[in-house]
Design a protein around this ligand. Structure first.
Ligand code: EPU
Length: 417
């Protein structure tokens, strides 16, 4: 098993360059199969989720060349095959292939997707959208057979602004006959990135980034070039690292507007932060004030930054309250933070963080991606050595985390135990 060893309490200074957004890249890659030619995507992050998607594309006989941060996907000879469960199980985003294959061939067989164990994560909204577009779904345990003589545009209303269901509805509708109106859509920047990519191929999508998206079906999609937006969650994680241990730590290649909700919360706490066009500079601040935080869909406070932020809340004076409204099981980091010296209690969907607490290095476990990020941050501020087991979860989502943190002064190493 791979683990991270961190000797904490070191100042972090210098620059961290943010990579392409995981949650955009993992949708752009499956979206590429809707194209009738080859596409090129730039700023692909070097993380294990991308390798898992590449494996699926190659299983489908697509030609894929991945060179540094550039991926070229040629789907000219692609075959519509049932993706083995062992591949679809590796990540949540595998179910974007469900929508893209359905959109392209009007037929798909696939298993339930994988993903971090942070809640039930049903796919009912995606299936509802497929039905609205005219598909029939045969469900047997974890296996889905979905087909239609033809997909026709329709009105799809999501019960909640689900990112996955928004992407899947768009992917299934771009080649459907007529117009689809998607209401209560997710407004995350990643949705805009995906709609722009498809529009560059010749799709007709308007309203991405708002709660109402219109998609007019087209017959053909042509070759195009796309760029993945910067990862706002990776950026937020390192900004929090700067608030914990930074000495003018500069986080570059970001779109500050995408992390407005985090920045304004940090300012409310009293964190010293300078904001420029595409970077922020952040330093450790003493006597941070406690705050109340509630996770919401974009532009609200991102659930993916809730666990990383919890580490910073342990350093605030007084009691902070954090409510998680998206996932019911996203507090698995809390018991480990408490073992390190924090004083956090869980009450249903709310945690109460009493600060400030001195943290101490311990052996802990990354139960999921962002819980792991939270523990990396805790290890950076803790006295002594922290060993974080099951670090594969973190490597799924943070490109070169070891190199990026070492370069700014962290004492961090990856070991096999
Ligand atoms: N939901 C349903 N039914 C559905 C879809 C969603 O009940 O059909 C519920 C979910 O259970 C959850 C809420 O709606 O309670 C929101 O889920 P959403 O569909 O928005 O999440 P997702 O698409 O599965 C993506 C990101 C997550 C991120 C969420 C919310 C990807 C691959 N994953 O998940 O990222 O937390 O949106 O922003 O894009 C992460 O990066 O660590 C991560 C988990």
């Amino acid at each position: 098993m791979k683990c991270l060893k961190i000797i904490g309490d070191q100042k972090l200074t210098g620059e961290i360059k943010i990579s392409g957004a995981k949650n955009s890249a993992v949708a752009l890659i499956p979206a590429a199969i809707l194209c009738d030619e080859a596409v090129t995507i730039e700023n692909i992050p070097n993380i294990s989720d991308i390798k898992a998607l590449k494996e699926i594309l190659e299983f489908l006989d697509a030609e894929v060349v991945l060179n540094d941060d550039l991926i070229k996907i040629d789907v000219t000879n692609i075959q519509n095959k049932e993706i083995p469960e062992a591949l679809s199980n590796k990540l949540r985003a595998s179910y974007y292939f469900m929508a893209a294959l359905l959109g392209k061939y009007k037929y798909v067989e696939m298993y339930f997707p994988g993903g971090c164990n942070i809640g039930a994560r049903p796919i009912d909204q995606t299936l509802k959208a497929f039905r609205k577009l005219g598909a029939t779904i045969e469900e047997d345990n974890n296996h889905f057979k979905i087909y239609a003589d033809e997909l026709r545009g329709g009105n799809v209303y999501l019960d909640m602004p689900s990112v996955g269901a928004t992407v899947n509805t768009i992917l299934a509708a771009v080649k459907a006959k007529g117009e689809t109106l998607l209401q209560n859509a997710a407004k995350e920047p990643e949705i805009v990135n995906i709609a722009t990519f498809l529009n560059n191929m010749g799709a007709r999508i308007t309203g991405a980034g708002t709660s109402e998206i219109r998609i007019i079906g087209v017959e053909k999609l042509h070759s195009c070039f796309a760029e993945v937006i910067p990862d706002r969650i990776e950026a937020g994680t390192y900004i929090i690292a700067g608030a914990l241990k930074g000495d003018k730590l500069k986080i570059t290649n970001i779109i500050p507007e995408h992390i407005d909700s985090l920045i304004s919360k940090l300012q409310e706490m009293g964190v010293k932060i300078e904001i420029d066009d595409d970077c922020v500079t952040v330093s450790q601040t003493d006597n941070l004030k406690s705050v109340k935080v509630k996770t919401q869909g974009y532009p609200g406070f991102a659930t993916d930054l809730q666990q990383p932020l919890t580490t910073l809340l342990t350093q605030c004076q007084g009691t902070s309250y954090l409510e998680e409204t998206i996932y019911e099981n996203r507090f698995q980091n809390v018991s480990y933070l408490n073992e390190m010296g924090a004083n956090i209690s869980i009450n249903g969907r709310m945690i109460e963080v009493k600060g400030s607490s001195k943290l101490f290095g311990r052996e802990v476990c990354a139960t999921d991606l962002r819980a792991g990020a939270c523990l990396v941050l805790a290890a950076l501020v803790a006295k002594g050595e922290t060993v974080i087991k099951d670090i594969d979860h973190v490597l799924r989502g943070y490109e070169n985390i070891l190199e990026k943190l070492s370069l700014v002064g962290a004492k961090i190493s990856l070991e096999e135990i």
